[in-house]
Write a protein that binds this ligand. Sequence first.
Ligand code: PRT
Ligand code: ZN
Length: 297
Amino acid sequence: MTNQTRLKIATQKSGRLTDNSLDLLKKSGIKLTRSKDQLFCKARNFPLDVFFVRDDDIPAFVATDVCQIGVVGANTLKEKQLLDNDDGLNQLETLLELGFGECRLSFAVPAADEWTGPQFLDGKRIATSYKGMVQDYLDQHNLKAKIVTMEGAVEVAPRTGMADVICDLVSTGATLASNGMKEVESIFESQSVLIQNPNITDDEAEILDRLMMRIRGVKRAESSKYIMLHAPKDALEDIKAALPGSESPTVLNLQGIDDKVAIHAVCDEAVFWETMEELQARGASSILVLPIEKMSD
Ligand code: PRT
Ligand code: ZN
């Protein structure tokens, strides 16, 4: 009998994490046919089912084993764990940081106010959608404040007189600036993470291992580049030393040219214009930097 086990993943239905989450699955070679408003989708060529839900529900979907894994902001995971001190939520494991949805949870005050440190918050009214994390911060600093919970448009709270301070997610800072606020204290650095329910079956674990190998490969390929260049033989060591994150480059002879060799290398770190200039300064020429599509160990 063939194995019918399928792994289930919870992802955001529609929001800031959706495109990147689906892109990650696509780059991992997983083919989905998703129609608009569909809540559930089976991959055609991999034993994976994708659930499209609100980001706030993702930790609970994974904690209750409706799905074995999920893609969610670390901020949402942490908040749910603090709000609902539930075993399932606290047992969730973070498998991988995914490098998108980067933001921070920060306190912000009207631009004219003078922030005097955490003490500033004592006795104030704080508007936020992150009651758990704000209360945790207040407790740690031995402060008392009134938390005004809001689901959205937190940044307008001081203007409407509902609160003195806000605590909200910030990425570029443009929303705060356009509302006459300034960021004064960041309390949590976030990005999207892949989470897992630790109590999965052996069959599910096997599928997860295969998926993880692909996702890691995608992530590594994204941050790696293939670099090719020509180097004078007497500058070889110098040039090798300037290749970012490359262990053992391939060195090849160039037909008809005796004093130069070709170097091919996979660089695990970003190759910036500065890196190219540095290589050139060390004698490298004909430098080519190529993206890598797939990678495995
Ligand atoms: O419908 P659903 O409940 O699924 O979605 P949602 O509306 O609750 O979430 P969504 O899609 O807005 O955000 C999902 C996740 O994206 C968050 O939980 C974070 O992990 C991540 N993320 C990254 C952000 C931001 N950056 C971000 N800038 N989430 C929200 N913001 C908001 C912030 O609240 C503020 O209103 O953007 C504004 C600030 O942005 P800047 O660039 O002006 O600073
Ligand atoms: Zn949400």
